[in-house]
Design a protein around this ligand. Structure first.
Ligand code: GAL
Length: 666
């Protein structure tokens, strides 16, 4: 049995949260177990920030309290996602080795007293972290509570380190990548501004160069940082798999998605873990997080993933931290399951009494088990426990794929661009949203993926494109695929050097056009389109075989193409020379996908209702979510049973506002 199958058989859809028992006395632990059972908790992430509690002094370990916690969990039938505890080095370590503390780009060091203040390249940090991971692994290898390892916490959700140790590691990384300093000079275009290096020893981290960093230098530093963090993860993982070869290993990817190249990490993470914190004050929170969930499901080719953290109510780290509206915690949890999650977990189990996160909601709030939140937690636990049949079920492969590439993302958001307002996530959301609103499922792929099975490929702002990825996307269209690409794609190579031959050189043939000049728009300005308006960006397009589907109706480019279509080979390539407003995007995307033969997961879904499918052993199940404010009737293609209410086969299902239906073949 694979490591993951074992986990699934043991836990079903896992339910629980971060468990920080070191913050509480023993008698509270007893109550914890009682309440966990009451809430149907099956898995808790134990001790993520417990380094100082298990190693209070150098080399001196205190596992007594953790032994008792683990024994209690095992006794209560709750499994442990046991942390390696390496995310927050204790004060004794940073006092002895201040050189392992993160140094910001401006040269100032982070002050210990928060968390995650380690330099990932520091041999001191790494050796202490690996030593601790090994201690924990050997101590709990055979413990019955142990189900899965949780390495560190949110790698990359830190300030990148720019210290001297990092500088030396960066030089080694560069020497590996480029072989010679001439190779580096060429890749970084260092003849510009007299930056030519005569030896690797002269290269520094891009600390705060003025007026701008060399963009290739900055981009490589982002790659290097992701690789260094991955090396930390791998060093711990190596210990864990050596000691416990049958126990799966995961880490939780941070909510922002951006910091590490998750395509590079995913093969090393046995099951993907993700922390999601949609903002209740953001009207678009639900469709935005849907995109993140599609990324997570796609990272390991559709393998179910774990929602490792979310808030039961409010967080405490935004400027304004709103509670989740009644019913949203349940609805949004089911949304993750609909997108392929095999776990619904929270930060955290019991709300802290002191410390920086005491105003962050928890499954057991300050007010105790009689609170509304705990009531909802209990209810959700019951529903998930009854939904075991979904565990391990993959989503059917979507007809649509969206291209995502981390180095392109980082490079796009570098300094000295035509517009600092062009952000990758906004581009991805703007293209994902019309699919989401139309009830269409979407996978996420790397730019060099095999695209042959997809009817439609969407390419938001693929600013950086390798020759190979350019050829792959072109071949996809040539062989009959439909592709939509948004502006400012195919501009530079992997070293942030412009692809010569007219923008976007790698895609010109496929798109049947050339871009002459960029005209980013002023803040809050827009340009007219016959479908509505274009926002953020416009550019001067010269048609070379493509037809203009939309033209700018106002502004400097009035009369020029704004949206184009080009029949190329057996397929069709669309190009957006602006960001059409959401309504216009919807019209365009509906048109493109209908022509490509892409339909929704379930036909006839009312507005505000989302449906996603998972393939269980007994057939295709649907999870249907009413994000709208009115009750709706949702027609079903064949009569199905509704699991949560225990309703027999019916041809439609009624959903109250915030309602959820889990439908099984009748
Ligand atoms: C996450 C982090 C948790 C907790 C949570 C609060 O980013 O992993 O430890 O701080 O945020 O929302």
């Amino acid at each position: 049995m694979s490591r993951i199958a074992g986990l699934r058989d043991r836990l079903g859809i896992a339910y629980g949260g971060d468990y920080n028992p070191e913050q509480w006395p023993d008698e509270v632990h007893e109550e914890d177990l009682r309440l966990m059972k009451e809430a149907g908790v099956s898995l808790v992430s134990v001790g993520i920030f417990s380094w100082a509690s298990v190693e209070p002094r150098p080399g001196e370990y205190d596992f007594g309290w953790l032994d008792r916690v683990m024994d209690r969990l095992a006794g209560g039938g709750v499994a442990a996602c046991l942390a390696t505890m390496t995310a927050s080095p204790p004060p004794w370590l940073t006092t002895r080795h201040p050189e392992m503390i993160t140094v910001r780009a401006d040269g100032s060091a982070i002050s210990p007293g928060g968390r995650q203040h380690y330099c990932p390249s520091s041999p001191v940090y790494r050796s202490h972290a690996v030593r601790l991971a090994e201690r924990i692994a050997t101590r709990y290898a055979d413990h019955p509570a142990l189900a899965i390892w949780h390495v560190n916490n949110e790698y990359g959700n830190v300030i990148p380190c720019h210290c001297d140790v990092s500088a030396a590691a960066f030089r080694r990384w560069l020497a590996d990548r480029y072989g010679s300093v001439e190779g580096l000079n060429d890749a970084w275009s260092t003849r510009f501004w007299a930056q030519g290096y005569s030896a690797f020893e002269e290269v520094l981290p891009p600390r705060s160069p003025a007026p701008f960093a060399n963009p290739a230098h900055a981009l490589d530093y982002a790659r290097f940082t992701s690789d260094e963090l991955l090396a930390c993860y791998l060093a711990e993982k190596e210990v864990l798999t050596r000691v416990t070869p049958d126990v799966p290993v995961t880490t939780n990817f941070p909510p922002s998605l951006r910091p590490v190249d998750q395509w590079a990490w995913a093969p090393h993470v046995d099951v993907i873990g993700y922390d999601a914190y949609p903002d209740p004050l953001d009207a678009d929170a639900v469709p935005k997080v849907a995109f993140s969930y599609d990324v997570m499901r796609s990272l390991r080719g559709g393998q179910p993933w774990l929602l490792m953290e979310q808030a039961p109510g409010a967080v405490n780290w935004r400027r304004r931290n709103a509670a989740k509206p009644r019913g949203a915690m349940r609805l949004w949890s089911w949304q993750a399951v609909a997108h392929g999650a095999d776990a619904v977990m929270f930060f955290q189990w019991r709300q802290s009494r002191g410390g920086a996160e005491k105003f962050h909601s928890a499954m057991v709030p300050h007010g105790g088990p009689s609170t509304r939140i705990f009531g909802e937690v209990r209810e959700l636990g019951r529903e998930l426990a009854a939904s075991r049949f979904l565990a391990g079920a993959r989503a059917p492969r979507a007809d649509v794929a969206m291209v995502l590439d981390w180095p392109s993302w980082w490079a796009l958001e570098g300094q000295a661009r035509p517009s600092a307002e062009v952000r990758f996530l906004d581009a991805a959301w703007s293209c994902h949203r019309p699919l989401y609103d139309a009830g269409v499922a979407c996978d996420v792929v790397r730019p060099d993926a095999d695209l042959s099975g997809y009817r439609l490929v969407v390419v938001p702002n693929l600013y950086l494109t390798s020759e190979e990825a350019g050829r792959g996307l072109t071949r996809y269209v040539e062989e009959g695929g439909t592709l939509v690409m948004s502006f400012f794609s195919g501009i530079v190579d992997p070293y942030d050097r412009v692809h010569l031959g007219g923008y976007p050189a790698p895609f010109r043939r496929m798109l049947g056009l050339a871009v002459e000049e960029f005209h980013p728009l002023a803040e809050d300005a827009s340009v007219g389109l016959s479908l509505g308006s274009g926002t953020l960006w416009s550019e001067e397009v010269r048609l070379e075989g493509a037809e203009a589907v939309e033209r700018f109706t106002t502004g400097a480019l009035a009369g020029e193409p704004a949206v184009t279509r080009h029949r190329f080979g057996r397929g069709e390539a669309w190009y957006l020379a602006t960001r059409p407003d959401p309504a216009a995007m919807r019209v365009l995307f509906d048109r493109v996908r209908e022509a490509a033969g892409v339909g929704p997961v379930l036909p006839g879904l009312p507005d505000g209702v989302q449906a996603r499918a998972r393939e269980t052993e007994e057939g295709r199940c649907y999870i249907v979510l009413n994000h709208g404010a009115a009750a709706v009737d949702v027609p079903l293609p064949t009569p199905m049973r509704e699991e949560l209410a225990g309703a027999g086969p019916a041809a439609s299902v009624r959903l109250e506002p915030s309602g959820v239906a889990v439908l099984r073949p009748g």
